[in-house]
Design a protein around this ligand. Structure first.
Ligand code: PLP
Length: 347
């Protein structure tokens, strides 16, 4: 059995979905489950939400195929589009929708012979400057896309905010205006399908951004994208392990690689079965706490591959085998929690 484990609370995810739906009652909800559902396990989350959401957003074709192979028929959308080496027939056969953000993708679609086989999302770059067609070329590209036989009409429209988590930024309003301008410039309105720009930040903070379809990711898992918590969201993940041993430690002694921490006093150190080999970040800030028997205690010394050391204090009553929880209490830890498990997936 694994020692370092992730526990996912399904009820928390269901609670979060219901809460988010209430915020935008007239929009469809595409649940973003890319990156293995932010490390919460994409198949589990997809099964849990299959009949509760209007679609799933993913980053890679292989993820979408896995979902379909698990007999889930909910609409699936590739947020980054298909890659040029991807097999377009897979998208068609598996009924997978795709964003279209570049000329090369349109070229590829133009050479497809089939009719009305692929549902697409025209990606407009309203200011994120990562993916999408620039506003000044957007009408020309939209028309080219609409002229591809293989593309189903109407065409959905997607864009993404760069700064929706910053309530003081004027960027979100500018991006919304850019989107509106584009929609207004399309002469044939019958070509316009659904429109979506709000991920979690837009959904929670910018009501005017909800449009037809909202696309929350991180909020589903109970994490606030802002630098303040959203009390209505319930964190779904607990990342935990256990104490291997408790050791006496004397003032003036260092611990671990590089001796980066020296104890100012006599104390007891706990060695925990968790390290960067388990995905825990090696470069955490000094004094990052963990939770043991209801107390926050600091990590001391360098994170090793399979172990970390915590300062339990001279009078601690903790014992080997006690549970150690990483990151459930504050937003910094929640963020670390998500980073570390994303790393795990790359092994
Ligand atoms: C990741 C992503 C989302 C979800 O973002 P959150 O901030 O996690 O809600 C939505 N749309 C696109 C295009 C994305 O890449």
């Amino acid at each position: 059995m694994a020692i370092a484990t992730i526990e996912v609370d399904r009820n928390a995810i269901l609670h979060n979905v219901n809460y988010l739906k209430q915020l935008a009652p007239s929009s469809e909800l595409i649940a973003i489950i890319k990156a293995n559902a932010y490390a919460h396990g994409k198949l589990g989350v997809a099964k849990l939400l299959a009949d509760k959401v209007d679609g799933f957003g993913l980053a890679r074709l292989s993820e979408a195929v896995e979902i379909r192979n698990a007999n889930i028929s909910t609409p699936l959308i590739l947020l980054e589009g298909f890659f040029l080496h991807d097999d377009l027939n897979l998208l068609i056969d598996y009924n997978i929708q795709t964003a279209i953000h570049c000329d090369e993708q349109i070229d590829r679609l133009q050479s497809e012979a089939g009719q009305n086989l692929l549902t697409v999302w025209f990606q407009l770059d309203t200011g994120m400057h990562r993916l999408g067609f620039r506003p000044e070329e957007a009408i020309e590209k939209f028309t080219a896309l609409a002229n591809c036989k293989v593309v189903r009409k109407p065409i959905n429209i997607i864009s993404h905010f760069s700064s929706a988590d910053d309530l003081t930024s004027s960027q979100t309003t500018k991006q919304l205006a850019q989107l509106t301008h584009f929609l207004d410039s399309i002469a044939d309105k019958t070509l316009i399908g659904k429109c979506s720009i709000a991920a979690t930040g837009g959904l929670l903070a910018w009501e005017q951004s909800h449009k037809n379809v909202i696309r929350p990711g991180i909020a589903l898992y109970g994490v606030s994208p802002f630098d303040y918590p959203i009390p209505e969201l319930k964190p779904a993940m607990t990342f935990k392990s256990e104490l291997i041993v408790i050791r006496q430690h004397k003032a003036g002694e260092a611990v671990g690689y590089g001796q980066i921490w020296t104890s100012p006093k006599d104390t007891k150190l706990g060695v925990v079965a968790m390290g960067y080999g388990d995905g825990y970040p090696r470069n955490i800030p000094e004094n990052t706490p963990v939770l043991i028997n209801g107390r926050r205690v600091p990590i001391v010394g360098r994170v090793s591959m399979d172990m970390i050391v915590v300062d339990l204090g001279a009078n601690c009553q903790d014992r080997a085998g006690d549970e150690v929880i990483f990151g459930v209490k504050d937003s910094l830890l929640k963020r670390l929690q998500n980073i570390q498990v994303l790393v795990v997936m790359n092994f």
